[in-house]
Design a protein around this ligand. Structure first.
Ligand code: FAD
Length: 407
């Protein structure tokens, strides 16, 4: 079997790694002329780490990433009171894996170690695909073409291939804008580099920080109300540090001290899209953000892309032919990722409750719940085992001819 992967991001490289590992001749086509160190912090939860370990990447991760000691630690905006904290030593006992904090560039490097470098083609922007019953062909800007048995569309949130297959997915404006900054650790007190995913909850907004790059920098991401009509959806748009600080005026001094050290900040609108009901189209599979763009509130964008990659390779290895494999892939991945998409969507409300009875009930529920068992469905999931079971049981998506939004 041979395969084309369009997109050399986290999902595309993970797909190439899993496919090449099982002997599928796989070529990756990435539009960027160079694999530059773009992005900032990524959380790899146990469900993703489990799969990266099977690619033989545990040692590379250990070199670049920080093993989380305290998982999600929710704090109250006003005084820093801890509302919930996940003990990750127990997480390892329960799920066999920890979570890791990594810079996106380091994760891409790590994944590249599992991909044959001769098979990664930069400066190749896919402009269209065509299929026959036996092959699928991609055309690139400038006229180059490539064909294969199967094509993996891992071309990200603005996927042109999804657009060609499914049409325009209506964006749901979350009413929020995202801020992102990386602060060198030497500008901060040591408490900010503890391997903890800290999340500050407050009225109308929340802020997350954790160390990356083996502790050399602290990743800060925050969500605040967007200006009406703002629609720039980009990882590289710029913001104003002063405006960022102003959004969190009056919050606990630990937030103020952190934001005082920010000298550059990215800012963009957060758009959401409803889940679709199908990821397999005869010989084309949608994967990662191309399949299920999600709000970032569960920190599962990269993790779900890695799960997709592992599941897709398993389905292609175990099912009788490509179309059957992609039907099984769709059947196993759509419900899983739609659940994460919907859970992330719900967080936009829950995380931002104004102080009052609802917020008190939420914080009371945090105090009552087991902070880890609540995540069983997320962290305990084995994407390869689920894919194998789907193929064995003949599970196929009840696919309509065209994908339709589920909600
Ligand atoms: C520049 C950038 C920075 C990011 N920074 C962060 C971050 O700091 N924190 C975070 O949590 N998430 C970040 N993300 C998002 C995160 O990487 C993804 O949500 C997640 O990993 C899913 O990965 P993906 O492979 O599906 O999509 P992506 O990681 O977005 O990868 C898609 C890839 O496809 C390529 N591509 C797009 N169109 C074409 C085409 N027509 N032909 C060929 N190639 C194409 C893109 O250049 C990109 O490399 C970033 C994404 C990007 C693109």
């Amino acid at each position: 079997m041979d395969a084309i992967v369009v997109g050399g991001g986290i999902g595309g490289l993970a797909a190439a790694a899993f496919l090449q590992r099982q002997g599928v001749r796989t070529q990756v086509y990435e539009q960027a002329p160079a694999l530059r160190p773009v992005g900032a912090g990524i959380v790899l939860a146990p469900n993703a780490v489990r799969l990266l370990r099977r690619l033989g990447l545990a040692e590379d991760l250990r070199r670049h990433a920080l093993r989380v000691r305290t998982g999600w630690e929710f704090r109250r905006w006003e005084d820093g009171a801890v509302l919930l904290a996940q003990d990750m030593a127990r997480c390892e006992q329960l799920y066999g894996e920890a979570a890791w904090l990594v810079h996106r560039a380091d994760l891409l490097d790590t994944l590249l170690n599992a991909v044959d470098p001769k098979t990664v083609h930069l400066d190749h922007r896919c402009v269209g695909i065509t299929q026959s019953p036996s092959r699928v062909e991609a055309t690139f800007e400038g006229g180059a073409r490539a064909d294969a048995d199967v094509l993996v569309a891992a071309d990200g949130i603005h996927s042109g291939i999804r657009h060609q297959l499914v049409g325009r997915l209506p964006a749901r404006d979350s009413g929020l804008c995202a801020w992102r900054a990386l602060v060198p650790s030497e500008r901060l007190p040591a408490r900010y580099t503890a391997p903890t995913q800290t999340l500050w909850l407050g009225p109308g907004r929340h802020l997350v920080h954790y160390p990356v790059s083996a502790g050399r920098a602290v990743n800060v991401v925050a969500f605040t109300p967007a200006e009406a009509g703002a629609t720039v959806e980009s990882w590289s748009a710029q913001g104003e540090p002063g405006e960022f600080r102003a959004e969190f005026e009056g919050w606990d001094t630990q937030v103020g001290d952190l934001l005082a050290a920010v000298t550059e900040v990215g800012r963009w609108s957060v758009l959401d899209r409803p889940p679709i009901d199908r990821y397999g189209y005869e010989r084309v599979a949608l994967l990662g953000d191309a399949a299920h763009p999600m709000l970032p509130f569960f920190a599962q964008g990269a993790g779900q892309a890695v799960e997709d990659a592992a599941a897709l390779a398993t389905c292609l290895a175990d099912a009788g032919g490509v179309p059957d494999a992609l039907r099984a892939y769709s059947a196993v991945r759509v419900p899983r990722t739609a659940r994460v998409q919907d859970a992330s969507h719900g967080r936009a409300t829950v995380n931002h409750l104004p102080d009052g009875p609802e917020q008190e009930a939420r914080d009371g529920a945090f105090a009552d719940q087991d902070p880890l068992r609540h995540s069983d469905w997320l962290y305990g999931y084995d994407a390869q085992a689920e894919a194998r079971a789907a193929v064995r049981s003949g599970l196929v998506a009840s696919a309509t001819e065209r994908a339709t939004p589920l909600t």
